[in-house]
Ligand binder design. Structure first.
Ligand SMILES: Nc1ncnc2c1ncn2[C@@H]1O[C@H](COP(=O)(O)OP(=O)(O)OP(=O)(O)O)[C@@H](O)[C@H]1O
Ligand SMILES: [Mg+2]
Length: 613
């Protein structure tokens, strides 16, 4: 527990205390405050904060303002004369108060504990964690290490790496870069998780050094990340350039990891694109010494025959170029720990433990969902005469029926309990990669955005499926809240249960609304529009949106980006009808040639100029 002035920040219960009085905080404001309190007395840039709190999401920096406003109100702080949160205009924030460690009040018995930040407060997977810890001295000694962490959905891969990486970062004084692979839309983007990992790295305290090395050894990556608009380099996704840009990036990462250890984490590699897997493969096979730790999580059941990760894994294992940690089902005592943590109660009835363990089969997420279901059904209750304790209201034999065998069926069951209108809202939300704005759901469902926002707020309060993540300012000056699913599995189930035809219809409506909202500035959102059109297999609209984005990029001199967009437009144009293809492809090739010429021309002029980062 951290103390500042009369406040105590309670990490275990995710709340704030002031003079012994508990102040409830929503998960995101809590996370913002926690980050500030854990990094007092220094500038925390917008990028750093966004990256730490929404590692997998694109979030507008304005969102932070909303949270700071809320936190200032709670802390009684004054932006003009701050005691706690100082705004450093255009740069970020600084937490000004002195922070000390403090003993905490007893765990509150207010209700089931909200889902904790992964790894908080309990020992997670001691045995598997010890295997990971054994990698630390090897990496410190200059060995490159690749560790695959496999386990089915909800088995605790993210919880394990979330518990381990801070420890490894601090033991090795390492830099950390994390890339998330996503199903659906994200899968269409080459190197998507690599770009995300590099963005993460560049925005971290080691960012300056990383950018310098990338600018020298792999400038095309900085161009693609939008951090080096003046460099003359090919786009990283150009088919002919891919091998070279992969090699350049390997060399740059090795250079970075020569002195300072580097941890690369790729989450959910079952959804990784080929290029990302090739990069992991190249990094694993190269021999130069590097203090490099590559962690890759994946779900083994997704590796069907012919999946490229399957072949890669087998080859690396055979050559002893990687280690694998398989997350087995949790033992009963560990499932009991999960339950105890969720309920905030250590002495649970053995009957409850046996029941949940038997049905969840050692899967922690399954165990948590069963618990929530029992609470929702009022089978697990806090009796009026003892409101601090959870007890089973019925003998377990009578509740035995109705717990599905599959985790996804369990999620499905929870969704089915909601009124149809709310189910549709969540389904529309699942069409976005991570955060989904209320206006987009409203567009998909052809409903009023304010009504949808109200409904989503209600869902965030009454269900554990989603949480409000912030508020966006739209070009017309209006505001729209956005939300995230609390676990990726909820989004997956919601996405899968829809027919392709309906998804396509909704994707097209969202893309159309994006165009309306950003009228006159469509090019800014063309990439996003194209992803929706692609998902709907509306190829012509997708190609046109990408062309518009490329035009906009070329206009502001970002020729590398224009080339990447046009290459992508050409790739999806293979799906056009012959008549459509004719004119489109000719025009796109012309634009591509012009962008390449412009880049070459600039390279000639600037070949001697020093590179600015
Ligand atoms: N050892 C553990 N002790 C307590 N809770 C755990 C443990 N492992 C996982 N959990 C909890 O179970 C839930 C699912 O875990 P997690 O998200 O890490 O699974 P995952 O393997 O990453 O799943 P996915 O494949 O869907 O990404 C989370 O709420 C997490 O906090
Ligand atoms: Mg996970």
């Amino acid at each position: 527990m951290k103390q500042f002035a009369s406040f105590k920040l309670d990490m275990a219960n995710e709340c704030l205390w002031q003079d012994g009085v508990q102040i409830a905080l929503q998960p995101k404001p809590f996370a913002v405050l926690r980050y500030l309190v854990e990094h007092p007395g220094r500038l925390i840039t917008h990028d750093e904060l966004l990256d730490a709190l929404w590692p997998n999401t694109f979030v507008q920096p304005q969102v932070l303002r909303t949270y700071m406003l809320e936190l200032r109100k709670i802390l009684g702080d004054d932006a003009g004369q701050p005691r706690f949160i100082q705004t450093l205009p255009k740069r970020g924030y600084c937490f000004m108060a002195a922070v000390t460690e403090a003993a905490g009040p007893l765990r509150s018995a207010m209700g089931p504990a909200p889902e904790k930040a992964h790894g908080a407060g309990i020992s997670i997977r001691g045995e598997e964690r010890a295997l990971l810890e054994a990698e630390i001295p090897l990496v410190a000694g200059g060995e490159r290490r690749v560790v695959l962490i496999s386990g089915e959905a909800g088995m605790g891969k993210t919880a394990l790496v979330d518990a381990f990486t801070p420890q490894a970062v601090s033991a090795l004084a390492a830099a950390l870069a994390r890339g998330q692979c996503v199903p659906g839309l994200g899968g269409k983007e080459q190197f998507y998780p690599v770009m995300e990992a590099l963005s993460h790295l560049c925005a971290s305290p080691h960012g300056e050094a990383a950018c310098r090395v990338l600018a020298r050894m792999a400038p095309e990556w900085l161009v693609t990340l939008g951090r080096h608009p003046e460099a003359s380099a090919d786009s990283v996704t150009h088919p002919a350039a891919r091998e070279r840009v992969t090699g350049n990036l390997c060399a740059a990462l090795e250079e970075l990891a020569a002195d300072k250890p580097l941890i690369l984490l790729f989450e959910d590699a079952q959804w990784a694109d080929h290029d990302t897997l090739n990069l992991i493969s190249a990094l694993a096979r190269r021999r130069a010494p590097a203090k490099l730790l590559i962690l890759v999580t994946y779900r083994p059941l997704c590796l069907t025959a012919g999946h490229p990760l399957k072949a890669l894994k087998q080859d690396l294992l055979m050559r002893r170029l990687c280690a694998e940690i398989v997350l087995k089902p949790l033992a009963k005592f560990a499932v009991l720990q999960v339950l105890a943590r969720e309920l905030g109660q250590d002495d649970l009835s053995p009957e409850l433990g046996t029941f949940v363990h038997r049905h969840a089969e050692g899967n922690p997420l399954f165990a948590i969902l069963i618990l929530r279901r029992l609470i929702a059904q009022r089978i697990l209750v806090r009796p009026a005469n003892n409101a601090a304790r959870w007890e089973l209201a019925a003998p377990s034999q009578t509740i035995d029926a109705g717990v599905p065998e599959e985790l996804s069926q369990m999620v499905e069951l929870e969704i089915e309990r909601l009124p149809p209108e709310e189910q549709r809202i969540l389904e529309a939300g699942s069409l976005m990669n991570f955060a989904f704005p209320a206006w987009a759901v409203a567009a998909a469902l052809d409903r009023d955005a304010a009504e949808i926002e109200e409904a989503c707020d209600g869902l965030a309060r009454s269900s554990y499926l989603l949480e409000r993540a912030g508020q966006d300012e739209l070009p017309d000056g209006s505001h729209s809240a956005f939300y995230v699913f609390t676990h990726g599995l909820y989004r997956e189930v919601l996405y899968q249960r829809q027919t392709a035809a309906r998804r396509a219809r909704w994707h097209i409506r969202i893309a159309g609304r994006l165009g309306e909202l950003f009228a006159g500035r469509e090019a800014c959102v063309a990439r996003e529009m194209a992803l929706h059109y692609e998902a709907a297999e509306s190829w012509l609209s997708g190609a046109l949106a990408l062309r518009a984005a490329a035009h906009y990029a070329a206009e502001r001199g970002a020729h590398g980006e224009a080339i990447e967009l046009l290459e992508r437009a050409l790739r999806i144009s293979v799906n056009l009808s012959t008549a459509e293809r004719e004119g489109q492809i000719r025009e796109m090739r012309g634009a591509l040639q012009a962008a390449r010429d412009a880049m070459r021309h600039r390279a000639e002029i600037e070949s001697e100029a020093p590179i600015k980062v």
